[in-house]
Design a protein around this ligand. Structure first.
Ligand SMILES: *[C@@H]1O[C@H](CO)[C@@H](O)[C@H](O)[C@H]1NC(C)=O
Ligand SMILES: *[C@@H]1O[C@H](CO)[C@@H](O)[C@H](O)[C@H]1NC(C)=O
Ligand SMILES: *[C@@H]1O[C@H](CO)[C@@H](O)[C@H](O)[C@H]1NC(C)=O
Length: 358
């Protein structure tokens, strides 16, 4: 934000304090945002999905009864839950009637140490070409997590089944951290596949995934993309952007929305700055140093991360076996017919076998 506009904000905030506005009220910095599709309410809903997908109790997720499966996301009808054990990935597809959309969410890294994962990000190379996009280079690990695992076919299959029942409704793809990187590749894939203006991507605390050529292609194909960053979150600063080699380094795609606090004593206001179309707005998260892990782990007040420090453990009620499909390497897909009635395991299977660790 410009320093002049910052001081305008300060004056505005002081006025609001004098007028007695309540603590924590959100302000929006809209001066650059005329045609941008950032919707705060939608962000606060999608962040709940990006948070829920971290949970390891598959029964609660599949029946949408988990602790994070309430509030705005209540009534979500999950169609498919995929756990790629080999690569420690998790994602789901379902239908959110209140959004009139298919929602797809991916989990971030499940490694025991987020510090190690973040340190590794410093050294990630641009080491794969994005197919059919000349000059577009991406990070092979993120690319492969979507394209070269069980994830892609499971997701596409579920989207097809959802479309058969619900028709051509919108598709919203979300994820936090590495899950945001996977969401970007998924959104791009779906937009190419369905040639659809209906695909929307919103990520939280997402690392860079490709170079400037990739960012430019990406933003043409999935223009309806919002990349939310929070305060001093380290991860959006990685892998590093080298200002002097703009064509050779990683480069974010637009559109960043930067959440940051300004405060006076006990009054703290969150400002949402809608950033420019470059993907690397110097006045957004790049204007501060990325030195915070805690800013990475909370978005819009929602906890982002695993429920426990376990690595890729699966907790599942044996009653779900009828919905599940395991391949020879242990990867698991739970799916249900979107046209069938919702699952209600809790009531149907009271007093039956306890959840087991598979
Ligand atoms: C960033 O802010 C500076 C002043 O602080 C301003 O001169 C510049 O134009 C801004 N850049 C962008 C891309 O908005
Ligand atoms: C923002 O998203 C919410 C939830 O989808 C929707 O109800 C609302 O109409 C949207 N607002 C605008 C201005 O599009
Ligand atoms: C996909 O996986 C196979 C087998 O693990 C590997 O040989 C191949 O290089 C991978 N492709 C990409 C693009 O990473």
């Amino acid at each position: 934000m410009q320093s002049t506009s910052r001081s305008k904000w300060l004056i505005l905030v002081i006025c609001m304090c004098l007028l007695g506005f309540s603590n924590g009220r959100e302000l929006k910095d809209r001066h650059k945002s005329r045609h941008i599709l950032y919707n705060h309410t939608l962000a606060t809903i999608l962040v709940e999905y990006a948070s829920a997908v971290y949970l390891s109790d598959l029964t609660e997720l599949f029946t949408w009864t988990c602790s994070r499966c309430d509030g705005w996301t209540k009534g979500f009808e999950i169609i498919e839950l995929v756990v790629d054990i080999q690569h420690c990935l998790q994602g789901f597809v379902g239908v959110a009637k209140n959004l009139n959309a298919i929602v797809i969410a991916f989990r971030g890294t499940q490694e025991t140490s987020i510090q190690n994962w973040i340190e590794d990000l410093f050294w990630k190379q641009l080491d794969a070409h994005y197919p059919d996009m000349p000059d577009a280079m991406v990070h092979r690990g993120f690319y492969s997590a979507y394209h070269n695992t069980t994830i892609r076919s499971a997701i596409i299959d579920a989207v097809e089944r959802a479309k058969e029942v619900y028709g051509d409704i919108g598709i919203m793809v979300t994820g936090h951290s590495m899950g945001g990187a996977i969401a970007a590749f998924c959104g791009l894939d779906l937009a190419l596949k369905y040639n659809s203006q209906n695909v929307q991507v919103m990520t939280f605390g997402q690392p860079r995934v490709g170079n400037a050529a990739f960012a430019s292609y990406y933003s043409k194909i999935v223009p309806n993309t919002i990349r939310v960053t929070n305060g001093h979150d380290m991860v959006p600063h990685l892998p590093p952007y080298y200002y002097y080699f703009p064509q050779k380094t990683y480069h974010h795609f637009p559109r960043e929305v930067w959440l940051h606090n300004i405060g006076f004593g006990s009054l703290v206001y969150t400002i949402e700055t809608i950033c420019d179309g470059s993907g690397e707005d110097p006045n957004c998260s790049r204007s501060v140093s990325g030195n915070s892990i805690s800013d990475h782990l909370t978005y819009y007040g929602v906890e982002m991360g695993c429920d426990e420090s376990s690595s890729c453990r699966i907790v599942m009620d044996p009653r779900l076996l009828g919905y599940s499909n395991r391949d020879s390497t242990g990867n698991l897909i739970l799916s249900r017919d979107p046209a069938a009635p919702l699952l209600k395991l809790n009531t149907e299977f009271d007093n039956q076998g306890k959840p087991v660790k598979l």
